[in-house]
Design a protein around this ligand. Sequence first.
Ligand code: ZN
Length: 513
Amino acid sequence: METILRIVKESGIVDADPAGLEDFKARGAQRISKDKAWVYRRSIQGRGGVLHFIGGAGDEKSLYLVGEKALPSGFEGESARMGGLSILKAALSPRNAKCLHEVFPFTAPVSLRERKTTIGCGDRLGLATPGHLRAASRYDIAPVLAQQSIRELTLTGRDFPGVVADATFMVFQEGYNRGYGADGDHLKTIQDMDAALAAGMPMITLDLSDVMSAAPASWSRGKVDEEFEKLDEGARSHVLREYADKTFRPGGTEIHFSAIEAKRCALMYLRALDFSREVDSHIRARRGDLYDLEISIDETTAPTLPEHHLFIAGELALRRVMVSSLAPRFIGEFQKGIDYIGNVDDFERQFAVHCEIAKASGGYKISIHSGSDKFSVYPAIGRHTGMRLHLKTAGTSWLQAVLVIARANPDLFRRMLDTAVASFAEAAKLYQVSTDLSAVPNARDLSDAELPGLLDARDPRQLLHITYGGLLRDAEIRAGIFQTLWQNEDLHYSAVEQHMEKHIRLLGARPLI
Ligand code: ZN
C-alpha cells in the first residue's frame, strides 16, 4: 500500500481537478510503476474527493481508494492512514464490484437491445477483457463481456457473480464507459436464469434444445398426422389456419408451408414456444424492460429450415415474447475454433433468407454462435444483416492466451499439450469437433520457436480450444497459466486485441474516428 501511495503522491493526482485528471490519464504509459507496484493509468477516477483506481502490487491486483478525508463505507478491504492520506485496498470481489456499480454506474452491465451490433466476447479465464475493449472501442459495436454458459462455468470453476465482477473491474481498469452487456449463455432452466439475473446479467440466452423436439423432423407423414391429432383442438386449428398451405414473402423471398410441414413445426416447437413466453415474463418481472432475451435453437442436429424459423418467429410474436436476438442453426459446420466448413455461397444464400425473416418479424438480431474464427463467412454475415447482429465468440480469446503461453513459457505449453491430449476424449463429448489426434505432434519433438505455430494448425488448435476444462482442473497447470499471463499481461492484452479486431473488421463494422 505504501508504494501505491507513493505513486499517487508523486504523480500529483491527489490534488488534480477533473480536467487535470483527464489530461493526466490521456498521457503516458498505461501503467505508472514504481518498484514492484503500479497503477493502471486509465482506471483513475475521482469522486467526492476520493481517487478510485486499480493497482497491482507483487502478484495481486486490487481496487484502491485514496483520499485526504474519510473514505466512503461499503467497500470491503484493508485500510490505513499514511502521510496525511487514507487508503483502502479492496479485493476484486463480487461484493466490491456491486459497490463500484453504485459509485460508477458505467461499470455495471446494461441491456444492449437498442445497440445495433453486439459482439459476445466470452472470457474463460476472466483476464481478457482489456484486449476485447481495446478492439471494440475503435468500432461502432457494443461488447458483451461476461458471457458464460453453465458448461463453461463448471469447467472453469467460476460462477456468475465472479464473472460479472471480473468484467466490472476490467471495464474500470480500462476506463471504458460506453456500456457493455453480460450474457447468461445457453441457459435451459429458470433456476439457472435466476442465478444469472441475481448476478446482474441483463442478457439471457434461452437454449430451447431440451424443450423442443427434434424427432418429428424425420417422422413419416403418417406419424406426423397421427401425433398432430393428439394436440389440443385450439392449437391444431390455429396452426392449420395460420400456416398450412400458406405462402409467406419476407423481404420478397417466397416461403411456402405445406400442411405437413406446419404440423411438423407444431410438434417440434409449440412446447418450446410456450416455455419461451414463461421465461420472457419471468425475466420481465425482475428487470422491467431492461433485458435482452436471445432465443437459441442452434444446438440441434439439423440446420434450421427457413420455414421453421418463420414459424418460430411468428409464434414468438404471437406470444409477445420480447426477442432481442435469435440464433438459428445454419447450414455447413460451425466447429469450435476453426473457420467455417462448407460451401460459402450456399451458406450465404440461406443466411440471407434467415436475415429477411428476422427483419420481417420485428427486427431482432440474428445471432451467430460458435462465431470464433469463422472468417470466411464474416463478410456475408455483415452484408446481409446490415450489421444488425450478435456474434458470439469465446474460445478464440482463450486460444490467444494459450498462444501467449506458447511464446512466453514453452515448458508450460508442452505440459498443457500433453494434458490436452489426455483430456480430449472427455472434452469431445461436450463439443462438436472433428479433431484428428494423430495430427497433433508431440511437443517434445518441437523447438521452442515452433510451438506458437501449433495454434495455426487445425487439429492442435481445436484440441486446445475444447480441453480447457481438463487443463484448468490440473492445479499446477492452472497456477502456471494465471502466473504466466500475469507476468505477460500487456502481451496477453495485445494478442486478444489483435485477434478480436480481426473478427470485428472482417464483419465490416464501422471504424470510429
Ligand atoms: Zn449456441
